[in-house]
Design a protein around this ligand. Structure first.
Ligand SMILES: NC(=O)c1ccc[n+]([C@@H]2O[C@H](COP(=O)([O-])OP(=O)(O)OC[C@H]3O[C@@H](n4cnc5c(N)ncnc54)[C@H](OP(=O)(O)O)[C@@H]3O)[C@@H](O)[C@H]2O)c1
Length: 258
């Protein structure tokens, strides 16, 4: 088995995906800013599953982050078989009340870094007889979301990039899957600044666990699925969204996140 490169592996969904891949015997290259958390996770998984683990503590929104990862892959000649583009976050608030620089940094990590990393890792994936890309989008990708306007647009980018790339690679050994989770019990809401009582209560009702999301995502990825929305309610709501008038879905989304 080759290596799985997982971005945003220090916590939440990325950590759950990395843990499940280690359990399946994959060696890991783990990326996030919190080097201490990656170090703890690496120690735990190495002891439990006897896999090789390399970590890189880097801010993926900075210039040069992807080059640093590429140099590591090149110098160690790592046989990358799975790329999980999971690192990302949201910013909640009206467009004109958030600073431009923080919204640009979010767009960089959610879109630009994903594209750049995929470009650099793809030649390694193509060397494998069967390999996988799992890009993490969101149910927010399926309609515009007022107060998460830039975030939702960045996740729509992820969804469309993933589908386009998947088609281009359909005759290769590289399978490309888009994961679009709904509310999941991670640090996401905290990082996004979603602190209202209403949002916290709704999240407590609908949250899935990161491990459940990881389990569904990896099954879909290994089966070669194009898109996976974990959870019945999330699947139904994204399906209904495709039929409903945009003005209605935007009104409903605005009500959910005000
Ligand atoms: N939780 C949800 O409800 C939900 C719903 C839909 C989609 N998603 C998507 O799922 C993915 C994972 O999020 P999560 O819910 O697991 O949230 P999380 O617990 O906040 O984890 C985010 C991960 O991304 C990493 N990260 C964030 N900014 C980074 C940066 N600048 N450079 C490097 N790494 C960075 C974080 O590591 P460090 O902080 O250590 O850097 C962390 O490992 C995201 O793409 C998110 O948009 C989440």
């Amino acid at each position: 088995m080759g290596y799985a490169l997982v971005t945003g592996a220090s916590k939440g969904i990325g950590k759950a995906i990395a843990t499940r891949l280690a359990k399946q015997g994959y060696d890991l290259l783990l990326i996030a800013r919190s080097e201490n958390l990656l170090g703890d996770l690496s120690k735990e998984l190495q002891e439990k599953y006897k896999v090789k683990i390399l970590i890189i503590g880097v801010d993926l929104s900075t210039d040069g982050a992807v080059d640093q990862i590429s140099r590591k892959i090149e110098s160690e000649q790592l046989p990358i078989q799975i790329l999980v583009n999971n690192a990302g976050y949201g910013l909640w608030g009206r467009f004109d009340t958030l600073t431009l620089s923080e919204q640009e940094a979010m767009m960089r990590i959610n879109t630009f870094t994903m594209v750049r990393l995929t470009y650099h890792v793809l030649p390694y994936l193509k060397k494998q007889p069967a390999s996988y890309i799992l890009n993490v989008s969101s149910t927010a990708a399926y309609q515009a979301v007022p107060t998460l306007a830039v975030y939702a647009a960045s996740k729509a980018f992820v969804l469309h990039f993933t589908r386009g790339l998947r088609y281009e690679l359909k005759d290769s050994g590289v399978s490309v899957t888009c994961l679009s989770p709904g509310p999941t019990d991670t640090n996401f809401m905290n990082a996004a600044g979603m602190h209202t009582e209403k949002m916290i209560q709704r999240a407590a009702k609908f949250n899935m666990t990161p491990d459940k999301v990881a389990s569904i995502a990896l099954k879909a990825m290994f089966k070669g699925k194009s898109e996976i929305v974990p959870g019945f309610i999330n699947r139904i709501s994204t399906w209904l969204t495709s039929f409903a008038p945009k003005s209605l879905t935007e009104k409903i989304a605005a009500g959910l996140y005000d």
